[in-house]
Design a protein around this ligand. Sequence first.
Ligand SMILES: Cc1cc2nc3c(=O)[nH]c(=O)nc-3n(C[C@H](O)[C@H](O)[C@H](O)COP(=O)(O)O)c2cc1C
Length: 144
Amino acid sequence: MKKVVITYNSKSGTTRKYSEEIGLYLGTKKNEVVVLSMKKYHSDILHNADYLLLGCRPSGLMFFLQHPEKSWIDFAAELPNPIKARTALFTTYKILTGSMFKKMEEHIYGSTNSPFTTFKSRNGLLSENEITVLDQFINSKTIT
Ligand SMILES: Cc1cc2nc3c(=O)[nH]c(=O)nc-3n(C[C@H](O)[C@H](O)[C@H](O)COP(=O)(O)O)c2cc1C
């Protein structure tokens, strides 16, 4: 059984919902899944984690300059360096994710599997296409 940790920041609930959807789906694949707000993150949670999915709502000017909020950047700075768990990034959005993933990546140091697999959703639901990407990510080899 693989351990999957999913963290998110969310204000109006869409990214939390998306995190829970991802967690529910991966739970059906016999993974041990932990879904939690970044506010509740502490380093022990990553103990023995095989996969880490980092979710963040975008801030920006709707059509451009998307970036993570400072609170997420501060959270990312607390992550281990290197991150041993295979890591993916996800976001929710209204119009465009634009530079969001690039900006998130800039704050993930020492990860061994960059460039990252990414997922996104407008409504917090997991589409068939995203399920395919998620399946490929979870079935990929864990770095030890
Ligand atoms: C200040 C601000 C800036 C935003 N900028 C963007 C943006 O650049 N692109 C976008 O698609 N959505 C943008 N949004 C919309 C939210 O990020 C989006 O609805 C997100 O899914 C909300 O996540 P949450 O419900 O988890 O808080 C912005 C929202 C706010 C409040």
